[in-house]
Structures are given as structure tokens and as C-alpha cells.
Design a protein around this ligand. Structure first.
Ligand code: AMP
Ligand code: ZN
Length: 466
């Protein structure tokens, strides 16, 4: 399995630190609002990386944090006359609702900054003790010049950075170098605060992730991931903090997803060109949003548009219909010949095609292409009246591959609903047998009004929602 490592700018063979195990950390959202579809991309992409690792037999420990202390949360709380906890608790819950809708599995651990304060203070203390960080009037800064590898992830040269002072680096007189960043900031009225050796205050953003990764995964981890906007300064600073404090390499592989754009511009809250997952979910099912995200390679940009969403909905429908047809076929097939070896050999080809795509830096777009080919093969096989045994194998393969991507899951029907529908279909079949077409049509209309489509097939009457 090859993964593209931002640290080396190369696709590399994935070799875990410990055989059979993967430790991965994904930067999570700052919880002050609903997540937008750009934020949903790392959720879905790295959930899929995790699923594929699990499919390959790895035991994955997946940590995704919530940043629950931040200016944006404090501002929102002040505006809404409530506490920071109330704002963050609400949006953690909303983020989980969206993640559940997107079929993103819960992380092994979802740490929150407010619950890690002692460890954060400990790591800052270590950096101060080692002479890497310095204190000025209650503020603790990281001295970027004290870490010789500074810039290794983003490939930025420290002296050039200092000279040019990039727009993301704030200018602050107390800093020794313009690239130095804040580890601890002193308390301001109206803000939450914690006690520390440098006075009351709260931590900077970057230190949080270094600490949460260390606490839950250890000093050195296999994969650290997030959107590409985090490469600099966030991930660069995480490396500087963790490696200086722990005296060990931080992450072996750095994975970054590309942007979701609107009119080819990055979707972001600050530009105001964003669509929340919740908004989109009122026009398209959540599963279509997941499918849309997986239709592109995770490192390429995806331009968000209604047309593309529509095309994805149609594509997903094709896969789901095939799954339903197969389920029905398996249930009702009367061809009990032994399963056909030729078909089964063909089936393995789709699995191989799927795995080669995913082994090549998680190329979900090509993996979906393999699934489409399998769908075509399945439809043809059903037309050719394959045996029940073979159809079971096709059905299992299709479900198996879809599950790895977390797409096209079967809808859960309540048994009562299903019994009512089956009874109506039986009445319609009886009416048709008696040539009472008026009744048969009336029943079909009733089913349509219930959102049920029926299909007459050689094996009997098949029904599905939609
Ligand atoms: P934030 O809450 O802004 O820190 O973002 C949470 C995650 O979403 C980070 O991993 C970001 O890199 C990622 N992200 C934000 N905007 C986009 C976007 N337009 N496209 C892809 N990923 C994004
Ligand atoms: Zn982070």
C-alpha cells in the first residue's frame, strides 16, 4: 500500500511503526458553528482511509479532536449571551449528527482541549525548561530559531520566512522572531481561563494537537492528517513542538486532503462562500454527500456544484439499485445449479481492481470505477439467469467493496412497513391473475403514493423505496 507523504513529497510504501497496528491523528473542527462541506472532506476521506486500513487487517487507533477553546467560540458565546461550553457542546453534538449522517465512524477517542489542560501545561513547561520556549509578560512563545528542522514539512526556509513574514504569521513586538508562535496567552476579561505557572490564561491552538496526539497515541505516530491549509503553520508548528518536547520523530506519514472549492475558490467561513452539510442534506441525502466527496481523489480539488451533486446522486442510485436487484434475485432465484467458476474468477478481478486503486494512495475515484464495472457485470449476470450460488457471491462482493468505502448501505425497513407493502403486492398479483386490472393499477398507485416503486421481474414482483 502506497501513501503520499507530504513530508517527503513522495508516494511511499506504508510500513506501520508496530506490525498490524496504525496510530492516526486527524485534526478536528473548531466547534462554533455547523460544519461546512469543506470541513466534511477530511472527515469522510480519513474515515475511508481508516476503513481501508481495517479492511487490510490493521488495528487502527483513530484520534480526532474537537477544538473547544478558541476566539471564534468565545465571540459566539458573547454574542449569544451564553457560555463557551454551551456553544461548543451544541456544535460537538451537531458535528456528530452530520458525521453519523455521512456514515463516518466514531473515532476511537475524541479528545477535547478543555479536558487536556494539565497535559498542555506540562508540555509547555517542558519546552520552557529545554530553552525552546520563552516567557514574556504572561505569554509563552515558541522560539522557531531553536528548532533547526523548522520548515521541513511546508518546505519553507526559516530565514526567508522571517524576512518575508508571511501573512499568516502575526507581527508582535514581544516575539524574538516574527515566525515565533504563542503556546500560552494571558487572560483577557470575558474569556475563559486556567491557572498556569505563567499566570491565568489559555493555550494557543497548535500546542493542543501536539498534546492530544501524545496523550492518546504516544510520542511517535503513524499518520497525521488534515486539510492542506493546515500544513503551514499548524502542522509545521505541531512538529516543532512535539519533536522538541519529546525528543522523538512526531509522525511518519503526513496526509493532506485538497480543498472543496466554489467557483474555484476555497470554501471557507471567512469568505462566506460555504454550504453547511446540514443545508446540503436538506436537498440531497447525506449518503450522496459522502459519495460526492469520494468521487474525486482526496488530494485533488473538488469544485462543489449542484450538477455534480446530481450526477453523484444518479451514480449512487445505480449502485444501490443493483444491490436491491441482487438481494431480490438471491431471494427468489430458482436456478440451483452449482456456482459458476468462470463468473467467480471474473469477480476476483473486480476485487483486485478495487484494491489496486486503494493501494495507490487511496484512489477512491478509481475504486468507485471498479464498483461500477462490478455493477455492470452483476446486471448482466442476472439477465443471463446465473445460479443462486453465483448470485450470492456477486452480492457479497458488491456489499463488501461498498462497505469499505462506507457507501450504498442497505436501508433498514421496519418489519411492519415491509409486511404492509408485501400484503398490497400480494393483493395486486391476485388482482392481475383475475384480470382485474383496475384494482391492480389502483394498488400500484397506492404504493407509488407511499414512495414504493415496484418492478415485475422473472422471479416475481420486486419493490423498493424511491
Ligand atoms: P477548521 O474548523 O477550519 O479548522 O477545519 C477543520 C478541517 O477542515 C481542517 O482539516 C481543514 O483543513 C479542513 N477544511 C476547511 N476548509 C476546507 C475546504 N474548503 N476543503 C477541504 N478541507 C477543508
Ligand atoms: Zn491539529
Amino acid at each position: 500500500m502506497k501513501v503520499y507523504n507530504t513530508l517527503t513529497r513522495k508516494k511511499e510504501e506504508f510500513i506501520p511503526l508496530e506490525e498490524g497496528k496504525v496510530k492516526m491523528y486527524v485534526c478536528g473542527p473548531t466547534v462554533y458553528d455547523y460544519i461546512h462541506i469543506g470541513n466534511a472532506r477530511p472527515y469522510v476521506v480519513f474515515d475511508t482511509v481508516r476503513r481501508y486500513m481495517e479492511y487490510k487487517g490493521y488495528e487502527v487507533t483513530y484520534v480526532q479532536n474537537f477544538t473547544d477553546v478558541d476566539d471564534k467560540i468565545i465571540n459566539r458565546a458573547n454574542k449569544e449571551h451564553c457560555t463557551m461550553e454551551e456553544v461548543s457542546n451544541k456544535y460537538v453534538e451537531e458535528a456528530f449528527r452530520d458525521a453519523d449522517g455521512l456514515n463516518v465512524k466514531r473515532a476511537t477517542i475524541h479528545p477535547r482541549v478543555t479536558q487536556e489542560m494539565d497535559h498542555i501545561i506540562d508540555m509547555i513547561k517542558t519546552l520552557v525548561d529545554k530553552g525552546i520556549a520563552y516567557v514574556d509578560n504572561g505569554t509563552v512563545y515558541y522560539n522557531t530559531k531553536a528548532f533547526p528542522d523548522y520548515g521541513k514539512l511546508s518546505r519553507k526556509n526559516l530565514d526567508e520566512l522571517i524576512a518575508g513574514a508571511s501573512e499568516r504569521v502575526s507581527v508582535d513586538d514581544a516575539k524574538k522572531n516574527p515566525t515565533d508562535f504563542v503556546l500560552w496567552k494571558p487572560h483577557k476579561p470575558g474569556e475563559p481561563k486556567w491557572d498556569s505557572p505563567w499566570g491565568e490564561g489559555r493555550p494557543g491552538w497548535h500546542i493542543e494537537c501536539s498534546v492530544m496526539a501524545k496523550e492518546h497515541l504516544g510520542d511517535t505516530i503513524d499518520i497525521h492528517a488534515g486539510g492542506e491549509d493546515l500544513i503551514f503553520p499548524h502542522h509545521e508548528n505541531e512538529i516543532a513542538q512535539s519533536e522538541a518536547a519529546n525528543g522523538a520523530p512526531f509522525a511518519k506519514y503526513w496526509l493532506h486532503n485538497g480543498f472543496i472549492t466554489v467557483d474555484n475558490e476555497k470554501m471557507s467561513k471567512s469568505l462566506g462562500n460555504f454550504f453547511t452539510v446540514r443545508d446540503i442534506a436538506s436537498h440531497f441525502p447525506y449518503e450522496v454527500i459522502r459519495f460526492f466527496i469520494l468521487n474525486g481523489h482526496y488530494r485533488s480539488p473538488i469544485n462543489f456544484s449542484r450538477d455534480l451533486m446530481q450526477a453523484c446522486q444518479n451514480g449512487l442510485e445505480r449502485i444501490k439499485n443493483c444491490k436491491k436487484d441482487l438481494a431480490y434475485y438471491v431471494e427468489n432465484c430458482t436456478n440451483l445449479e452449482p456456482s459458476n467458476k468462470e463468473y467467480e474468477a471474473e469477480l476476483e478481478k473486480f476485487r483486485n481492481q478495487f484494491e489496486s486503486a486503494m493501494d495507490d494512495d487511496f484512489n477512491t475515484a478509481d475504486a468507485i470505477a471498479a464498483i461500477y464495472e462490478l455493477v455492470r457485470f452483476a446486471n448482466k449476470a442476472m439477465k443471463e439467469d446465473v445460479s443462486k450460488g453465483t448470485s450470492i457471491k456477486i452480492k457479497e462482493m458488491l456489499s463488501h467493496l461498498c462497505d469499505v468505502l462506507g457507501i450504498a448501505e442497505d436501508e433498514v425497513q421496519s418489519e411492519e412497513d415491509a409486511a404492509e407493502i408485501e400484503a398490497l403486492i400480494a393483493q395486486r398479483t391476485e388482482a392481475k391473475k383475475n384480470k382485474d386490472f383496475a384494482t391492480a393499477d389502483a394498488i400500484r398507485d397506492k404504493l407509488t403514493s407511499m414512495g414504493i416503486t415496484i418492478k415485475d421481474t422473472r422471479q416475481g414482483v420486486q419493490w423498493f423505496r424511491g
